[in-house]
Design a protein around this ligand. Structure first.
Ligand SMILES: [Zn+2]
Length: 252
C-alpha cells in the first residue's frame, strides 16, 4: 500500500542485508520504491536493483554534492542509463549550497544540463534543493513544461504555492515528524492532497521514533501518520493518495 518515491537502497548502508530487506519490505506493504542515483556508479546500481526487483524503479542523475570537473562528461552515461525501461525519472539533481557553496556555477551548469535531458526524454525530475531556494526557482521557472518533485521540500510557503501553481509535487520525509517541523507543517496544510509524495530518503532522515537509526521504507508509516494528522484523514488514505500521485507523476 506504500510507495516510497525516494530511497537509496544502492547505498553502502544496505550492503549487508539489502537482498533480505527489500523482499521483506515488499511483503510488509511497500508496494513500490524509487531509488534515485547520485552519480554514474549509483545510477548504474539503482538500475541493477530495478532489474532485479519488479517493485523497484530507478532514477538516474548526478547529485549536486557529487559535482566534479568531470560531471559534464559523465552526462552521456547518465543519458544512456535514462533510456532503460525502468528508469522513472532524472534525479537526484539540483543545487546544494549547504555542503558546498564554492562550486555554484558548476552545480548550476550540471543541473541545467540534466533538466535539458529530462525535457528531451520527457521524464519527470527529482530535485534536491538545500539552502539554494532562490537559484533553484530561477532555474525551474525556465522549464515550464517540466514536471517533478521537490524532494524533502524545505522552502517557504510562498515558494510552495508557486511550485504547486506550476504543477510540481512536494516530497515529505522524516523531518515532518520532528519537534521543530512548524514550517513543513504549514506547507503540508496548504499542499493539495493530489500533490503530496511521501518519501524516506533511506538510509537518511529517519522519522520519530526511529531517529538516529538507519532508515528504511518500513518507516513510511510514521510519515503517513503525521500527514494524516495534519490533513484529518487516516494514514491508509494518505498511503493510497500518495501512491496514486507517485504513479501519475512517474508514469508507473
Ligand atoms: Zn536522496
Amino acid at each position: 500500500m506504500y510507495f516510497d518515491t525516494h530511497a537509496h537502497y544502492d547505498d553502502e548502508a544496505f550492503d549487508e542485508d539489502r537482498n533480505e530487506l527489500l523482499p521483506r519490505l515488499n511483503v510488509g506493504g511497500v508496494e513500490l520504491i524509487i531509488d534515485p542515483g547520485c552519480d554514474v556508479k549509483s545510477s548504474r546500481a539503482a538500475i541493477a536493483l530495478a532489474e532485479k526487483y519488479p517493485f523497484v524503479y530507478a532514477a538516474v542523475g548526478v547529485h549536486p554534492e557529487n559535482i566534479t570537473d568531470y560531471s559534464m562528461d559523465e552526462l552521456a552515461e547518465i543519458r544512456a542509463l535514462a533510456e532503460h525501461p525502468k528508469c522513472a525519472a532524472i534525479g537526484e539533481i539540483g543545487l546544494d549550497y549547504y555542503w558546498d557553496d564554492s562550486h555554484m556555477a558548476e552545480q548550476k551548469a550540471v543541473f541545467r544540463a540534466q533538466l535539458d535531458m529530462a525535457q528531451e526524454l520527457c521524464k519527470p525530475v527529482i530535485i534536491h534543493d538545500r539552502e539554494a531556494h532562490g537559484d533553484c526557482m530561477e532555474i525551474v521557472r525556465q522549464y515550464p513544461g517540466l514536471r517533478g518533485v521537490f524532494h524533502c521540500y524545505s522552502g517557504s510557503t510562498e515558494m510552495a504555492k508557486e511550485l504547486l501553481k506550476m504543477g510540481w509535487y512536494l516530497g515529505f520525509d522524516g523531518p515532518v515528524t520532528y519537534k521543530n517541523a512548524r514550517k513543513s507543517i504549514e506547507v503540508l496544510e496548504l499542499c493539495p492532497l493530489e500533490r503530496i509524495l511521501i518519501e524516506t530518503d533511506s538510509p537518511y532522515l529517519s522519522p520519530v521514533p526511529m531517529r538516529g537509526k538507519r532508515n528504511d521504507s518500513g518507516n513510511l508509516r510514521y510519515i503517513a501518520e503525521k500527514i494524516a494528522e495534519v490533513k484529518s484523514l487516516s494514514p491508509e488514505e494518505i498511503a493510497r493518495i500518495s501512491m496514486e500521485n507517485g504513479k501519475r507523476l512517474f508514469g508507473i
